[in-house]
Design a binder for this molecule. Structure first.
Ligand SMILES: [Zn+2]
Length: 199
């Protein structure tokens, strides 16, 4: 948890971020979380960290909302369907996104799929059953294979999944496209990489 890049800065700026976030539609109840992927994957532990991080942060700011327990499911990830939904979400299409059937039938309210392909990480919209899909890019594809990027990408997408939008502060996890012009420091390079992975 301590290793989340900029965690202190992030928490320091979070109250304001949350206060101004465009929450959009909120969860009607505490969502159960399922993580779907291979049996051995370094991202599994990072999901646990991110859930704990957000729940702690929500508690600290006085929110009653929490992400629910995490269940791991070992099964093949439908990368093609995930890629299709990623294109739809990242492309910013208006209106309800078309969630492929194979992704709708998964267990849990918030389904986090650990792709093995080069998708752009995303947090999908609520589907008709008030469930959401988060897709995480394959760990072997740059910049996910750089130190701390996967950790931050997962925390970033879960931030979207609980309703946070982007901001323009390159020191926070929820920075958006505006931080692409960040300077050359190593941390900022990683943050920039993060921003490139999500629109
Ligand atoms: Zn994002």
């Amino acid at each position: 948890m301590k290793s989340l890049i900029g965690a202190v800065l992030f928490v320091a700026g979070l109250t304001a971020t949350l206060a101004h976030a465009q929450f959009g539609r909120s969860w009607p109840h505490t969502p159960t979380v399922t993580v779907i992927g291979a049996e051995v994957d370094p991202r599994l532990g990072l999901v646990d960290e991110a859930v704990a991080f957000w729940n702690k942060t929500l508690e600290e700011i006085g929110s009653g909302f929490r992400l629910g327990p995490v269940t791991r499911i070992v099964q093949p990830v439908p990368d093609e369907a995930l890629h299709s939904l990623s294109l739809s979400v990242v492309g910013g299409r208006r209106g309800p996104a078309s969630v492929p059937h194979v992704l709708r039938d998964l267990p849990g309210d918030l389904r986090i799929l650990l792709a093995s392909s080069e998708i752009v990480s995303f947090a999908g919209p609520f589907d008709a059953n008030s469930k959401r899909v988060v897709g995480i890019r394959g760990i072997q594809y740059p910049p996910m294979n750089l130190p701390n990027v996967a950790r931050n990408v997962i925390a970033h997408e879960l931030g979207h999944a609980i309703g946070l939008g982007h901001n323009s502060d390159p020191t926070t996890l929820m920075c958006g496209r505006l931080c692409q012009g960040s300077g050359p420091s190593r941390r900022r390079d990683r943050q920039w990489a993060l921003c490139r992975l999500c629109s």
